[in-house]
Every structure is written in structure tokens, then in C-alpha cells.
Ligand binder design. Structure first.
Ligand code: NAP
Ligand code: GCO
Length: 264
């Protein structure tokens, strides 16, 4: 019998007050996991707890900047004493800056790398020792189309998400013998606040050019929703994927497989 249940597991999803993190945490909660999440702003943690309560999930929220190793270590210790050892870590928190590379400051580049790549390292490093003691663990890194492809203005983000794909493979390689599986989810273009600027209707009411571009590039001919990521996340968080390790599962409606629809 394939086991997709997460009963008795503690799942920590970073940056999960809303967006993709909220959808993944909700799915893991509905599969039986105890949900723990963090956000960098206290008011968003409070809002997130309310949002989870509205869908029947009694989540615990913590204020923590995932780039700050001291805050992360303290948060993991608090979670272990208040809730239990983290069985499932989803490194979801992330930002993007859309700036032509020759105009991007080094500080802006570093900030994106810090949140999108250094933080998943800090978070994984904080939970792996207890997973090793327990003899099991699941780490899921939220990668991107930009783990495979580049595009104008997203150099820092692509570098971070490309690095996150390789960090995923390296954690899988280094900790597989401890029955810790580390995989990635590579969402396609998903309708969340992060991509709202790319879907902004034009002054004349027509679609944003990038919106039309993504529709033409996606065999499913639609943007993804955060809920499209729910099933893949439950699969990678469950014992059903115990022999899947170092893999990035692209949930992109087929973008990576498709040359794109010929313009009329
Ligand atoms: P989003 O709507 O911008 O949400 C990002 C979340 O991360 C927010 O809750 C944000 O909290 C949190 N966060 C940012 N910096 C943080 C920090 N230093 N410490 C803790 N939390 C922090 O983004 P999303 O679209 O849901 O994306 C979530 C993840 O999926 C990101 O890693 C993104 O790169 C990835 N992704 C998104 C898409 C897409 O099309 N949307 C596709 C592929 C991959 P605040 O609001 O307090 O800043
Ligand atoms: C962009 C988008 C993408 C998505 C996602 C695609 O500006 O190209 O924000 O980067 O966020 O990462 O998988």
C-alpha cells in the first residue's frame, strides 16, 4: 500500500503566510502533518495563523528571517521543544529582483542570493542533525524554471535557483545514507503576489505582454495556481517518495518541454 499519509509528522514551511508556501503547507496539513511556518514580519505570521485556522489547520507560526543563522537556530530549538523534531522542511521563502544585470547593484544581487540560496543552506543545516538522529527526513527546495533557463533581468534569481538545484542534489548525495531525501519542486509560472507585476492588465485592458507570452509558452495555456503544487509536495514529503532523491520535479504545465505556440 503506497503511503502518502503525513500523520505524526512535523512539517516546517518557510515564508508560508501566503502564496505558494501557504498552499503547500495547507496540503501537507490536510495530509496529516503538524504545520509550522515562519515569516519575516510578525503581522504576517499572525495573519497566516488566522488564514490556516480558516481552513481548519492549527498551524504554529514563528517570526524568523531565514537569512539569519542565529534566528534560525533559535527557531528550530523552539520548534523542537514546543512541537517536536522537524520531519519535513520546505525551503519556500524567496524573493526576486527584476533589474537588467548591468544596472543591478552588488548589494541587490547579494540580497537575492542570500534569501534564495544561502537561507535554504542555513535552514537545511539546522534541521539535518535531528533528522540524522531520527534516521529519517524530507527536505524540499522550491526551485524554479530559472533553475534551468535564463531570461532578461533575473540574473541574481537564476543564479540562486540554479545553485539551489545543485544544493538539492548535494544534500541528497551527502545525507541519503541517513534516510534523508532532498528533492526540489520547480514551479512554472504561478499566479501569486511575486508574479503579479507580470500579469498586470495594460491601460487599454489588454493582457500584459508577458502574460500572453507565458500562455503561448505553456502547453496547458494557463498560469499555474499555488494549489497545482499541492499533490507534488505531498508526494515528496511522504514515504511514497523514499527512493526519490536529488530530483527536481518541474510542475510547469509543460513549459520546459515546449518550443511555444507560433504567433498568429
Ligand atoms: P511570494 O508571494 O513573494 O511569497 C514569498 C514568501 O517568502 C513571503 O511570505 C515572504 O514574506 C517570504 N520571505 C521573503 N523573504 C524572507 C525572509 N528573509 N525570511 C522569511 N520569509 C521571507 O512568493 P511566491 O510566488 O509564493 O514564491 C514562493 C517561492 O516559490 C519562492 O522561493 C519563489 O522563488 C518560488 N517560485 C515562485 C514561482 C511563481 O511563479 N510565483 C515560480 C517558481 C518558483 P514577506 O511577505 O514578509 O516578505
Ligand atoms: C520571472 C518570474 C519567474 C517565476 C518563477 C518561474 O520574473 O521570470 O518571476 O522567475 O517567479 O521562478 O519558475
Amino acid at each position: 500500500m503506497v503511503n502518502f499519509s503525513l500523520e505524526g509528522k512535523v512539517a516546517l514551511i518557510t515564508g508560508a503566510s501566503y502564496g505558494i508556501g501557504f498552499a503547500i503547507a495547507s496540503a501537507l496539513g490536510n495530509a496529516g502533518a503538524k504545520i509550522v511556518f515562519n515569516d519575516i514580519k510578525a503581522e504576517l505570521v499572525e495573519k497566516g495563523i488566522e488564514n490556516y485556522k480558516e481552513i481548519g489547520i492549527d498551524a504554529k507560526g514563528y517570526v524568523c528571517d531565514v537569512t539569519n543563522e542565529e534566528q534560525v537556530t533559535a527557531m528550530i530549538q523552539q520548534i523542537e521543544s514546543e512541537v517536536g523534531v522537524v520531519d519535513i522542511l520546505v525551503n519556500n521563502a524567496g524573493i526576486i529582483k527584476r533589474v537588467p544585470m548591468h544596472e543591478m547593484s552588488a548589494a541587490e544581487f547579494r540580497q537575492v542570493i542570500d534569501i534564495d540560496l544561502n537561507a535554504p543552506f542555513i535552514m537545511a543545516k539546522a534541521v539535518i542533525p535531528s533528522m540524522m538522529k531520527k534516521g529519517a527526513g524530507k527536505i524540499i527546495n522550491i526551485c524554479s524554471m530559472m533553475s534551468e533557463l535564463g531570461r532578461e533581468t533575473v540574473s541574481a534569481y537564476a543564479a540562486a535557483k540554479g545553485g539551489l538545484k545543485m544544493l538539492t542534489k548535494n544534500i541528497a548525495s551527502e545525507y541519503g545514507e541517513h534516510n534523508i531525501q532532498c528533492n526540489g519542486i520547480g514551479p512554472g509560472y504561478i499566479a501569486t503576489p511575486q508574479t503579479a507585476p507580470l500579469r498586470e492588465p495594460q491601460a487599454d485592458g489588454s493582457r500584459h505582454p508577458f502574460d500572453s507570452f507565458i500562455i503561448a509558452k505553456t502547453p496547458a495555456a494557463r498560469w499555474g495556481t499555488p494549489e497545482d503544487l499541492a499533490g507534488p509536495a505531498v508526494f515528496l514529503a511522504s514515504n511514497a517518495s523514499d527512493f526519490v532523491n536529488g530530483h527536481v520535479l518541474y510542475v510547469d504545465g509543460g513549459i520546459l518541454a515546449y518550443i511555444g505556440k507560433q504567433p498568429k
